[in-house]
Write a protein that binds this ligand. Structure first.
Ligand code: NAD
Ligand code: WQD
Length: 349
């Protein structure tokens, strides 16, 4: 059914690997480009094992124009899904140049190579953070981008702007900007999931590591927000729903222009609601203590997801229980992430 392959940059990472799997299951041929700076080759081996299909893996950097030109000359690419980037908010404050280089320069280099190769279909990983701190909830795509509060968020807003300008300048381009809310969960097989290096920045990997005994207790950042229980509220969505959202977005790329979609459930959950749900599903206590607010955190936001439903026929289908159960299965079976394969081969059941 397709006229070529799908290039997935950053396809060995958390969202990219689940999307590569969803693409293979939908019948696409997949080429992954990843530098492995924050990922493991093992994730792709497991994608192939689960799907029973092979993909092409190229270890390379999205800022490397020579590598990109070779890739496009060797593979007929129908469309690109661009995940490759750095994503740790705190690190972006400490190392802004690295973030602008990878996220902005990497995206521009990719677009230049695509243009040269005559490939004009792109899906870009954006973030709800581009709405900024003052947008009313729920966030709707018609709202303007807001003032971003860290280099990570600014890099996403800059790439969105650059892509809009590119579409305006050249009518051959079709670009989807997908604004993710808070992806969590794992593939239901327990073989594929989120594998952060070092201390997790994000809530779910931290909770899962407490449950499995890698960390003693969760620090809940702030219990004095103007929310029902005082903790922050977010729109958590299952990574498989998010992956399927990318497959749906590909279907829209025959129409030139910029297409912006929120990918979220439309429902907010507090930190304590998530902790309680995880404890219930895992049947493990999740000890936690309150600490002061984390700088830059917003009290509460969630998506208006209706545009994606209307135009892409996509909506998040998996509920909180499934998100918790799948996260727990992944963490239990891979207590040390993809390194478990090497370090604890007997724990893979
Ligand atoms: P991830 O770190 O697991 O995946 C990113 C992948 O990109 C990794 O495999 C990494 O090795 C690769 N990469 C990084 N720099 C590269 C480079 N220069 N060249 C080639 N590959 C490179 O992160 P993720 O959570 O899967 O996020 C994927 C994308 O979605 C990112 O662009 C991220 O900013 C965006 N996003 C993520 C979230 C989230 O909560 N996870 C939310 C909104 C947006
Ligand atoms: C969720 C809630 C924390 C860890 C971030 C980025 C965003 C996007 C997704 C993309 C917050 C609380 C967390 C912990 C806690 N990134 N928390 N203890 O901050 O909504 O979004 O990831 O690439 O741009 O900002 O997600 O999972 O970090 O936090 O209490 O140890 O959990 O304060 O309220 P966030 P998160």
């Amino acid at each position: 059914m397709q006229q070529g392959k799908i290039l997935v940059t950053g396809g060995a990472g958390y969202i990219g690997s689940h999307t590569a799997l969803a693409l293979l299951e939908a019948g696409y041929e997949v080429v992954v480009l990843d530098s492995l700076v924050n990922a493991s080759r093992e994730a792709l081996r497991r994608v192939e094992q689960i799907t029973g299909r092979a993909l092409t893996f190229i270890e390379g950097d999205v800022r490397d124009r020579v590598c990109l030109d070779r890739l496009f000359s060797e593979h007929p690419i129908h469309a690109v899904i661009h995940f490759a980037g750095l994503k740790a908010v705190g690190e972006s404050v400490a190392q802004p140049l690295a973030y602008y280089d990878t996220n902005v320069n990497g995206s521009l280099t990719l677009c230049q190579a695509m243009q040269q190769a005559g490939v004009f279909r792109l899906v870009f990983s954006s973030s709800a953070t581009v709405y900024g701190p003052n947008a009313p909830v729920p966030y709707h795509e018609s709202m303007p981008r807001g003032r971003t509060s860290n280099p990570y968020g600014t890099s996403k807003a800059m790439v969105e702007q650059a892509l809009e300008d590119l579409v305006n300048a050249d009518g051959r381009w079709s670009v989807s900007l997908l604004r993710y809310f808070n992806p969590i969960g794992a593939h239901p097989s327990g073989k594929l999931g989120e594998d952060p290096q070092g201390i997790p920045n994000n809530l779910l990997p931290y909770i899962a590591q407490v449950a499995v005994g890698r960390r003693p207790s969760l620090t809940v950042f702030g219990n004095d927000y103007a929310t029902a229980d005082g903790t922050c509220v977010r729109d958590y969505l299952h990574v498989m729903d998010l992956a399927e959202g990318h497959v749906s977005a590909l279907g829209r790329l025959h129409e030139p222009g910029t297409h912006v979609y929120n990918l979220g459930t439309g429902q907010g959950l507090s930190v304590l609601e998530v902790v309680e749900a995880f404890a219930r599903i895992s049947e493990r206590p999740i000890p936690y203590h309150f600490a002061s607010r984390r700088e830059g955190d917003l009290a509460a936001f969630w998506a208006d997801p209706q545009k994606a439903q209307r135009e892409l026929g996509w909506r998040a289908r998996r509920g909180l229980g499934e998100m918790m159960a799948d996260t727990w299965r992944w963490q239990r079976q891979n207590p040390n992430g993809y390194r478990s394969e090497i370090n604890t081969p007997s724990q893979g059941t």
